[in-house]
Design a protein around this ligand. Structure first.
Ligand code: SAH
Length: 339
């Protein structure tokens, strides 16, 4: 038995026609699976009975299994989701004013090696398949009504698994009604892939994890910077095929005593001058792996106001769900340690 979600739309069309049914029955099946999120072939009433039977002999309808669920005081829910080979990834459901945000993982672990990120310490165990990415959405939708935004900001580097991420976005768009403008891809800055991603999905939102305002510190904390340094990132942001009025989000994790001084804020502001960006400041989520600390809120506010005075839109992401380790690989990496 095989998970029906592991087949692409065109594979299912081929299979269903090879069984002697019209290929459009694959469209119907996709609508049941992704649009209506039906979990039993028997309930797919516009498919011929014999096809339903054949499908249920060949396939199961498999969502990632909820291994652990934690809920924070603010309603943030963090899921540890089990995959068919025993691996597990995190997904987070964040209630916001007027909508819900799903934070999804793109890989089991990550190979970017950022020296402040819990996920990096796992290394890359494997890429997620496209259906394990859409599967996170299907699972979180079970508890969700109303508008949903998606951020690819969980475990992994989405552009290091672009083929599967793109296939997942395609399904979200075609079969689940998600406009790519409601999907934000967060990246360390794999620049050629980033351009490719926007050519394929021109409305996709982009968040770039800059985090440090100069090559010296960025290379030290984010080894990928040696390949795609700050200057290249800035240049590329200026060239991205982004619609007028739309802006790239610059993410900047504030680490106490490392990159959080007013001088750093000014340096960041000078770097970004003239670009169509907004800035998300993320006070560091402390963890048991790295010695880094979160700056005091006052320090964070000073950093933000320096940038605001320079004319930038700045948002401070006081992290949600911190007390449930709903941040940055901390549930998966602490899983099994009794925390
Ligand atoms: N690889 C992608 C997406 C996953 S990381 C990327 O780097 O953008 C998502 C965001 O979380 C990044 O901006 C990263 O810098 C930030 N991050 C990682 N560890 C963190 C921590 N301990 N506290 C706060 N932010 C963290």
């Amino acid at each position: 038995m095989k998970n029906v979600f592991s087949l692409t739309h065109s594979q299912l069309r081929e299979l269903i026609s090879s069984w002697g049914y019209p290929a459009y029955q694959a469209d119907n099946l996709f609508r049941w699976l992704y649009g209506k999120r039906t979990k039993s072939f028997q309930l797919m009433t516009n498919l011929p009975k014999s096809l339903r039977k054949k499908l249920s002999q060949e396939f199961f309808i498999g969502y990632p299994e909820v291994l652990e669920l934690r809920e924070g005081r603010d309603g943030t829910k963090k899921y540890l989701l089990g995959l068919e080979d025993g691996e597990a990834v995190e997904a987070v459901r964040i209630p916001e004013r007027g909508h819900t945000t799903f934070c999804l993982s793109s890989q089991v672990g990550c190979r970017m090696g950022c020296k402040f990120c819990a996920t990096s310490t796992m290394g890359l165990r494997r890429n997620l398949n496209f259906w394990e990415i859409t599967g996170q959405v299907l699972r979180l939708m079970e508890e969700t009504e109303g508008r949903v935004n998606i951020v690819l900001m969980g475990m992994g580097e989405p552009l290091d698994n672009w083929e599967n991420v793109a296939a997942a976005i395609e399904i979200l768009k075609e079969w689940m009604g998600f406009s790519p403008r409601r999907i934000t891809l967060s990246t360390v800055g794999l620049l050629p892939r980033l351009k490719e991603a926007l050519l394929r999905f021109p409305n996709l939102r982009v968040a770039l994890s800059l985090n440090f305002p100069d090559d010296e510190r960025r290379s030290k904390f984010m080894p990928v910077n040696r390949k795609f340094p700050v200057e290249e990132i800035i240049k590329t942001i200026g060239e991205l095929p982004i619609k007028k009025r739309e802006r790239v989000t610059i993410e900047y994790v504030l680490i106490k005593g490392i990159n959080d001084s007013p001088a750093d804020a000014r340096r960041l502001g000078r770097l970004l001058r003239g670009l169509r960006v907004k800035i998300n400041l993320i006070p560091y989520n402390e963890n048991e792996i790295f010695p880094w600390r979160r700056p005091e809120d006052e320090r964070t506010e000073t950093f933000a106001s320096v940038l605001r005075e320079m004319g930038f839109s700045v948002f401070v992401r006081y992290s949600k769900g911190n007390e449930i380790k709903a941040a940055c690989g901390q549930l998966r990496t602490s899983w099994g340690k009794g925390s």
